[in-house]
Write a protein that binds this ligand. Structure first.
Ligand code: NAI
Ligand code: MG
Length: 508
């Protein structure tokens, strides 16, 4: 553990003048019943800030503001694609202009290393806005030809239309980035949004609301309601919401689908994972060890795509696992503000208790566990853990732990590796480490995962579709697919009057 000294000054400055109320219709207002939500800094366990806690009636206000802002005749509805693109660009620029402060907010609120937030989360959030700014001018429909009628008879067009009011519910692991990943494509498509950040990490979303307004995005186009799971449930079920886009647990995803079934509102879900990395014996061993360690330990293991299952070909199993254990032991835990910190704390005391209970039951089941200790110090730290010899059916080997816990197992054949990797109800990401590119492609095609990384991990890009198969969710974010997720296709058919009404077409 690194010491934390002189941390008060930056803490104070980034919270100065930070809005802490609900951002609805372009204005800041308290919750109707005055309730507050407390955000805790996971590095210290201390209270960081209190913000408004939105109740169902506040959610209704926010959805009404979003509906009004996107109505036909509204400024947003009439805006040219060029103007919309400029606004998105400006938001991206403002994120970069406020990068230090945004990174500090996510560091304090989430616990992640400041260095990582500043080099990773914040530029990634800006890049999503900059990339999505390219779409408004390119969302063309088609001039369609009918299959069953003469071309003289009709003119038919398809036209993309915004799906409407979007409820965006996000988790705490990448607070600013997740907000950007939902808001930017929705705005590119011409939708309006009510964003609900996670109760653990509400702060950067509030600053984002302010920056979006500063960029000149019309009032009500983005609304931010801070609150907990009840706030999220109220938002997902609120009449007037046309689409819910959610990232979080599979369990909550299921409840969102149930709520959406009432009126068939659209749903995109990015859920959990138990992503496998497969290391073949031909690999550059040091690179594979670095890669597999990065896959699981990046962001404290609190990533939906964490490479939490490791399958290593038997001849190199012991060496690879030993190398990863060494790398795990060298990771410096500490306060996110400390420049030397590689890994911050877990998000909360409850979450750490959950992670530790997986390790305890693995040990009780006879597995060998290295790491996975909770240091006797403030904050919710947990040292990175590597588990071998676990029963493949044990919870630690099958369930999403969402912490720095790697479960390793040996395999012999390609067939076996593919079967092991696919032996999970999840299908978010997977990785293949080998020098044999033909093998990498063969295996990559057979893996049931939305993203397959070859000799890489955690490479996400606004241009590349991202999402899960099976219990990892529905739909894709990013790329063209990510914009389409916020569009409906309308088909407009015009009969040119070249034949009498109701004439039976000649047989063809
Ligand atoms: P969660 O799914 O409960 O929370 C995510 C978001 O959904 C938060 O904004 C929360 O307020 C909201 N929410 C909670 N209950 C809701 C409901 N009934 N209706 C609508 N919104 C609701 O996740 P939580 O409790 O923070 O973490 C639990 C586990 O979920 C983690 O241990 C991890 O396994 C998984 N998870 C996966 C994430 C991912 O990126 N795929 C992110 C966060 C958690
Ligand atoms: Mg917090």
């Amino acid at each position: 553990m690194s010491a934390t000294t002189d941390t008060d000054r930056p803490r104070m400055s980034c919270l100065d003048e930070l809005p802490r109320e609900l951002f609805i219709g372009g204005k800041w207002s308290p919750a109707n019943d005055g309730r507050l939500l407390t955000s805790v800094c996971p590095s210290t366990g201390e209270t960081l800030a209190t913000v408004a806690h939105a109740h169902a009636t506040d959610v209704a206000r926010a959805v009404a503001a979003a509906r009004a802002a996107g109505q036909p005749g509204s400024r947003w509805h009439r805006m040219s694609p060029a103007a919309r693109a400029r606004l998105l660009h400006r938001v991206g620029d403002l994120i970069l202009a406020h990068a230090d402060r945004l990174a500090l907010l996510d560091c304090l609120d989430n616990g992640k290393p400041l260095r990582v937030a500043r080099a990773g989360d914040v530029p990634a959030a800006a890049a999503v806005f900059h990339y999505m700014a390219g779409w408004p001018g390119r969302l063309n429909g088609e001039n369609a030809s009918l299959y069953t009628a003469s071309p003289e008879r009709h003119v038919a067009l398809t036209m993309p239309e915004p799906v409407g009011v979007v409820a965006a519910i996000i988790p705490w692991n990448f607070p600013l980035y997740m907000a950007a990943a939902k808001v930017a494509p929705a705005l590119a498509a011409g939708c309006t949004v009510v964003l609900k950040p996670a109760e653990q990490t509400p702060l950067s979303a509030l600053l984002l609301g302010q920056l979006v307004r500063e960029a000149g995005v019309p009032a009500g186009v983005l609304n931010v309601v801070t609150g907990d799971g009840d706030t999220g449930a109220a938002l997902a079920a609120q009449p007037g919401v046309d689409k819910v886009t959610f990232t979080g647990s599979t369990e909550v995803g299921r409840s969102i689908v149930q709520a959406a079934a009432a009126d068939f509102r659209r749903v995109t879900l990015e859920l959990g994972g138990k992503s496998p990395s497969i290391v073949f014996a031909d690999v550059d061993l040091a690179r594979a060890m670095d890669g597999a360690a990065h896959a699981i330990f990046y962001n404290q293991g609190e990533t939906c795509v964490a490479g939490s299952r490791l399958y290593v070909q038997r001849p190199v199993f012991d060496e690879v696992v030993a190398g990863i254990r060494e790398r795990a032991a060298a990771i410096r835990l500490g306060d996110g503000l400390d420049q030397d910190t590689d890994m911050g704390p877990l998000i909360s005391a409850e979450h750490r208790a959950r992670v530790l209970s997986y390790l305890r039951s693995a040990r009780d089941g006879g597995a060998r566990v290295t790491g996975g200790q909770a240091p006797d110090s403030p904050g919710f730290f947990c040292t990175p853990a590597v588990v071998t010899g676990a029963d493949p059916q044990a919870p630690v080997a099958r369930e999403e732990v969402f912490g720095p816990v790697l479960v390793a197992q040996a395999f012999d054949t390609v067939e076996e590796a593919v079967a092991l990797a696919n032996g999970s109800p999840y299908g978010l990401a997977a990785g293949v480490f080998t020098r044999d590119l033909g093998l990498a492609h063969q295996v990559g095609r057979r893996l049931r995962a939305g993203t397959v990384w070859v000799n890489s991990w955690h490479v996400l890009d606004p241009a590349l579709p991202f999402g899960g198969m099976r219990e990892s969710g529905w739909g894709r974010e990013m790329g063209r697919a990510g914009v389409d997720a916020f569009l409906e296709t309308k088909t407009l058919i015009n009969d040119l009057g070249t034949r009498p009404w109701g004439a039976v077409p000649a047989p063809r």
